[in-house]
Design a protein around this ligand. Structure first.
Ligand SMILES: [Zn+2]
Length: 267
């Protein structure tokens, strides 16, 4: 279950019971407590939005510190998100790609979903309206972070990620955390797009000019075997809450909050 926590000025929606039970940290950040200036104020975590990279790195370090994950900062792994459907597994060899906005190895290219079974490798992707999804398998331990905008959601990137991990790991039972994203309340789109979604998902109405991405993702997860009882939806609209989250639709040029997951090493 997700709860809102605050540490050293950084606000994160996280599951403390999961971490205590199996050493898996998950989180969705809010935008306060960082050092970036407008229009990225203040906790912008993305390197690709014309923010000062040194400030992005300070913001990332603050998030890792607030989550007690700063010992793993060098292995922080990020991706060049392109609204595609590629899932990349993070091993020791590619861990740390995109750890820093300033210098170091670049992010994993052309990927919108990362997953790993490697302890001590934090995964982080960036969002301003798109749907952040964190997937967790407790035994065997595995984590995934997925970026699902409308293109990814329509293509079924979330369900595909669940199935791909299931194919690699015998006995994996996934839980899903769905973070802050633009709600149906604020997501006005071309009715033809809604109709395309309606062809793929029974929960999407045929005639509408508003799109409920969470409903599509929930159905996609359900179909991939992650039933509603194992889905935790934060249910907060980014465009409605630009004091707490970034919204591309509401703000245009802005920063990015993150979804984060880490398998803590077991001693
Ligand atoms: Zn809204």
């Amino acid at each position: 279950m997700l709860a809102r926590t605050e540490k050293d000025g950084i606000t994160v929606h996280t599951d403390t019971a999961l971490r205590a039970a199996v050493g898996i940290a998950v989180g969705f950040t809010e935008r306060t407590g960082g050092v970036s200036a407008a229009p990225h104020a203040t906790l912008n975590l993305a390197a690709h939005v014309e923010d000062d990279p040194a400030l992005v790195d300070e913001n990332r370090f603050r998030v890792l510190s607030a989550l007690g994950a700063e010992p793993f900062a060098e292995r922080l792994t990020t991706a060049e998100q392109v609204h595609g459907t590629l899932l990349t597994r993070v091993h020791r060899s590619n861990a740390g790609c995109g750890a820093r906005a300033l210098g170091g190895r670049g992010p994993i290219p052309a990927t919108d979903a990362l997953w790993t079974t490697e302890p001590g490798v934090p995964l982080m992707l960036f969002y301003a309206d798109c749907v952040p999804v964190i997937l967790v398998s407790e035994a065997p331990r595995a984590i995934a972070v997925v970026h699902a905008g409308w293109r990814g959601a329509l293509a079924g990137i979330v369900g595909d990620t669940v199935r791909a991990i299931g194919a690699e790991l015998d006995g994996a039972v996934m839980t899903a955390y769905i973070g802050p994203h633009i709600g149906e309340c604020c997501y006005e789109v071309d009715p033809h797009l809604v109709s395309q979604f309606s062809n793929m998902f029974v929960t999407i109405p045929r005639a509408s000019d508003r799109l409920d991405l969470a409903a599509a993702v929930a159905e996609d997860l359900d179909r991939a075997g992650v039933s509603r009882e194992r889905q935790w939806h934060l249910g907060i609209c980014t465009a409605h809450n630009t004091d707490r989250f970034y919204s591309y639709r509401a703000e245009g040029r802005t920063g990015r909050h993150c979804a984060f997951a880490l398998l803590e090493p077991r001693s």
